[in-house]
Ligand binder design. Structure first.
Ligand SMILES: NC(=O)c1ccc[n+]([C@@H]2O[C@H](COP(=O)([O-])OP(=O)(O)OC[C@H]3O[C@@H](n4cnc5c(N)ncnc54)[C@H](O)[C@@H]3O)[C@@H](O)[C@H]2O)c1
Length: 440
């Protein structure tokens, strides 16, 4: 891909969120609290991370946001859809993530964000339903209504550009089928109300048809199939997914690369979670859980490469469980037991007990994706944005490429992509020239 001149980030950036539950509202409320100086954007690379440029001796280490032309938080305007009609304030209260010291000063702002009526079908999210839904004879009608929403939001809010991030529930498990291979087949399937077309795909379709970059925070297929990948590529629209990398999988992709780089073996990794938010309730349905399970299981295989290291990882047993336990709300607890082995095969164990806050970990991911997807669009980068794999449990990649799960490789790739975009040297960490005391 050729490097293009990056267009400026002036004007308003519309942020469209299908699904205005815990993650979406923690993100929106958080951005407003940060804008008002009530809190800090902890966990966000775009707001806090620096980037080294050139040689270590040059001491050039700007903040990412001063290096690449990303939009400023003040430029963001928010909208979304949800079958549950609560405005963003009511939804934030129900999610129970943020405390009143953060919420009360921004109550007026949040109350003003009301969900547009959703393209929702309880056949795809069995544990939920709500009255704020669109009706239409066909799925194509629903998709057209979403396109209309996007255009209206853009003109009413005077947006220059927009980005959509799916923060909706995890839908039931679907594999790509004939309807997902070409745009023609997809459009016919929408007209025919084909069951292989899930609501999240209608949002992705509407975004792509309206030229809006689309990122998918859940493990549903959504935009992860050939027809949409080709459309995004052809129309110059960035897409990325799937499934925000937050609690337990974040830990996995931190620990597993460490074990592998030291050539320590692994017999088994058992992961279990208890959580009590609405997401936990949705994942209590076996069909939604299957979508999540597939997404969570992939990481270890790809990091450890058992096919290359059969003595170390060939017999690894990997199990993931999610248990809905209402008393915990959004404050999930994730336990991991790792049975590892070292020199001469002697066994050892590692236990991790992560008392995490799901949406607190997810919100900065949504922010970074919004800002980086918009940057990618302005930099003329179309189709799958593999450099944003850092943010996903199950990174979307081009056909024939395995996904890179190692958090540290993902991070290097993200930063090198930013250096490449800005015409800076890539950093290889070779560093031989610091020791080069040659004749010249
Ligand atoms: N919190 C995390 O750490 C995390 C990590 C990875 C992925 N995710 C995924 O992000 C998504 C959101 O998580 P959450 O904790 O905010 O869940 P949530 O249940 O609080 O919010 C999801 C919202 O989506 C709405 N929704 C469902 N189908 C919709 C549709 N077709 N159109 C519009 N709205 C729809 C629901 O009514 C609900 O309000 C879930 O799919 C979850 O699996 C969350």
């Amino acid at each position: 891909m050729e490097r293009a001149e990056i267009k400026g980030a002036e004007g308003k950036l519309g942020v469209l969120l299908p699904g205005m539950g815990a993650v979406a509202t923690t993100f929106v409320a958080g951005v407003e609290a940060i804008r008002q100086g009530l809190a800090k954007p902890i966990g966000s690379l775009t707001q806090m991370n620096t980037i080294r440029l050139g040689k270590r001796t040059e001491n050039r280490r700007p903040l990412l946001k001063d290096f690449v032309p990303i939009a400023d938080l003040d430029q963001l305007v928010f909208g979304g859809w949800d079958p549950i009609p609560d405005d963003a304030y009511e939804s934030t209260l129900k999610a129970g993530v943020l405390e009143s010291s953060h919420l009360e000063p921004i109550k007026g702002f949040l109350s003003g964000i009301k969900p547009m009526s959703a393209a929702f079908d309880p056949a795809y999210v069995k544990k939920l339903d709500g009255p704020n839904k669109k009706s239409g004879a066909t799925k194509k009608d629903l998709a057209e209504a979403l396109r209309e929403d996007i255009r209206r939001f853009k003109s009413e809010n005077g947006c220059d550009r927009m980005v959509m991030v799916w923060c909706g529930s995890t839908e039931v498990f679907l594999r790509p089928g004939p309807a997902h291979q070409t745009m023609e087949a997809f459009e016919q399937a929408m007209e025919a109300n084909d069951p292989s077309i899930a609501p999240s795909m209608l949002y992705a379709y509407a975004a792509l048809m309206e030229g809006v970059p689309y990122a998918n925070g859940a493990p549903n297929l959504s935009a992860d199939f050939p027809a949409f990948e080709a459309l995004a590529d052809k129309n110059g629209i960035p897409i990325a997914g799937k499934d925000f990398k937050t609690g337990q999988t974040l830990m996995k992709t931190i620990l597993a690369p460490g074990l592998k780089t030291r050539m320590l073996g692994l017999d088994g990794w058992f992961s279990t979670n208890i959580l009590g938010n609405r997401d936990g309730e949705v994942l209590d349905d076996p069909e939604s859980f299957k979508t999540k399970e597939e997404s969570k299981l992939g990481a270890l295989e790809h990091i450890l490469q058992p096919e290359l290291y059969p003595e170390l990882y060939g017999n690894m047993y990997h199990k993931v469980r999610i248990n809905y336990y209402p008393p915990r709300g959004d404050n999930k607890e994730g336990w991991d037991n790792l049975d590892i082995f070292g020199w001469l095969g002697y066994p050892m164990q590692i236990k991790v007990d992560f008392l995490c806050r799901d949406s607190i970990l997810a919100a900065p991911i949504v922010l970074d994706l919004v800002l980086f997807m918009d940057l990618a669009a302005r930099a003329g980068m179309s189709g799958i944005q593999e450099w944003l794999s850092f943010y996903f449990k199950s990174p979307q990649t081009a056909e024939g490429l395995y996904p890179e799960h190692d958090l540290f490789i993902q991070h290097r790739k993200l930063k090198n992509t930013l250096r490449w975009m800005m015409g800076e040297d890539l950093i290889t960490h070779l560093g031989m020239d610091y020791y080069d005391r040659g004749s010249d």
